[in-house]
Design a protein around this ligand. Structure first.
Ligand code: COA
Length: 186
């Protein structure tokens, strides 16, 4: 952690009170490196590569969409001096005792200060409380910074899907990558 985040407050997301502030949270990232997928008949590899110009992408966060909010069993806002600087949302699926991390965003000016790790820590507590086997998440081969973050947080690569996304809507082809972190109770 590089600077003081002692003023950070974490609290439950409230709808509709937090909707405006959350809609304004910048969910984008920019990267100069990506993971290039290499497919074999029965194999898959990720090769780290530079990307020029740097790639930027913004994640959609449909706060006003009830179907979207319906899967947020757990949702927490990070605030600093009353400003929304982070958000995490997760769902517990009972049939496989998995906590799915649907959203994790930190405002660009507050990144690399431990806010993401703090938010993730609250999800881990939630996962313990529901006796989940593991945390699980989807990201993309283009989100190099997020992969670094999740690996640092102890997540292991557990699968991919090269056909998940409708590529017509994307400038850059993307492969879905899945990561998981077992819980002690698993
Ligand atoms: C991914 C994200 C949530 C991380 O939040 P954060 O508050 O910056 O992360 P932290 O400060 O807690 O980082 C903890 C550790 O993760 C690693 N890490 C985090 N961001 C990294 C980056 N951009 N590059 C390399 N490592 C990184 C580092 O090891 C870091 O520790 P350090 O700063 O002491 O070196 C944030 O970058 C973000 O909001 N990105 C845009 C949205 C996004 O991509 N969300 C994930 C969608 S799947």
């Amino acid at each position: 952690m590089q600077s003081d985040i002692s003023t950070l407050a974490l609290r439950s997301f409230r709808y509709p009170q937090d909707a405006d502030a959350l809609t304004k949270l910048d969910t984008s990232f920019t990267t100069e490196r990506i993971y290039h997928p290499v497919y074999g008949a029965l194999s898959f590899q990720l090769r780290e590569e530079p990307v020029t110009p740097p790639l930027s992408k913004r994640y959609p966060l449909e706060v006003e969409n009830p179907a979207e909010r319906a899967v947020w069993d757990y949702a927490v806002i990070a605030e600093e001096a009353g400003e929304t600087v982070g958000f995490v949302a997760a769902q517990y699926t009972e049939w496989n005792r998995r906590v799915i991390l649907w959203h994790l965003y930190v405002a660009p000016s507050r990144r690399r200060k431990g806010v993401g790790a703090r938010l993730l820590g609250t999800v881990e507590s939630y996962a313990h409380s529901v006796q989940a086997r593991h945390l699980w998440l989807e990201t993309q081969n283009t989100n190099y910074p997020a992969v670094q973050f999740y690996q640092r947080a102890g997540f292991a690569f557990c699968g991919f899907d090269s056909s998940l996304y409708d590529r017509s809507g994307f400038e850059q082809e993307e492969t879905a990558l899945f990561f998981m972190r077992p819980m002690n109770s698993g």
